[in-house]
Design a protein around this ligand. Structure first.
Ligand code: CDP
Length: 226
């Protein structure tokens, strides 16, 4: 039986950095489901699809194929066969991903693919609905969060590091808006699964959170083999 770890939480809580490290240490396959939503969003943007129209969305989705692959242990995401792993990391794509992710057709398209991957491998999967919808039977569930202020400051530093001159207030407003959309949508809203361990990373370093997840995982493994 494959072992599954689900990590959910809001944007900017440090999920992907931490999940990547923990998966590498454990020898698990890391699956960044946000990248899959982002790939669909890029496809929709390229087609200039009107996602408020159900028929237009259905038509656009029928022309979008998302795939995952791994190169030297790094996840690559493909849109109709094209490697779009770098192209999806823009604010425009992130915002479209968050809007498109509220649509049931979009979620249905990715649910099956995500479950298939988890059925074949030991996975550490991160997203918004992994512990609640995609892998409700995951052996370990983490809900990783941090205050809006901390998340905005982290994002601010990251953008400054890229040579941009962002506004901290705008970043915080954007995070609040994204949280609201993710937590209040009807289909698979972001929420903590009842059996998830909550970790607030506001006062913790990446190393501390990663170590915590590894130790929770070791305890689970012992529990499962006892
Ligand atoms: O990097 P960031 O945390 O901003 O977002 P992401 O993990 O790359 O995901 C982009 C968007 O996809 C999020 O804002 C969510 O709305 C959506 N998403 C989702 O609905 N369900 C998932 N399992 C993963 C992402």
């Amino acid at each position: 039986m494959s072992f599954k770890i689900a990590i959910d939480g809001p944007a900017g809580a440090g999920k992907s950095t931490i999940a990547k490290r923990a998966a590498a240490e454990l020898g698990f396959l890391y699956v960044d489901t946000g990248a899959m939503y982002r790939a669909i969003a890029l496809g929709l943007l390229r087609m200039k699809a009107d996602i408020s129209s159900e028929t237009a969305l259905t038509d656009a989705l029928s022309r979008i194929e998302v795939g995952l692959g791994y190169e030297n242990g790094t996840q690559k995401v493909f849109l109709n066969g094209e490697d779009v792993s770098s192209l999806i990391r823009t604010e425009e794509v992130g915002n479209m991903a968050s809007s498109a992710a509220a649509k049931p057709q979009v979620r249905a398209k990715l649910t099956q693919l995500q479950r298939e991957i988890a059925g074949k491998n030991d996975v550490l999967m991160d997203g918004r609905d992994i512990g609640t919808v995609i892998l409700p039977d995951a052996q370990l569930k983490i809900y990783l969060t941090a205050s809006v202020e901390t998340r905005a400051r982290r994002r601010y530093k990251e953008l400054c590091g890229k040579g941009e001159a962002p506004s901290l207030d705008e970043i915080a407003a954007d995070i609040r808006e994204r949280d609201y959309r993710d937590m209040h949508r009807e289909t698979a809203p972001l929420r903590q699964a009842e059996d998830a361990v909550r970790i607030d990373s506001s006062e913790l370093t990446i190393e501390e959170v990663t170590a915590k997840i590894i130790s929770l995982m070791k305890a689970k493994r012992q529990e499962c083999s006892a």
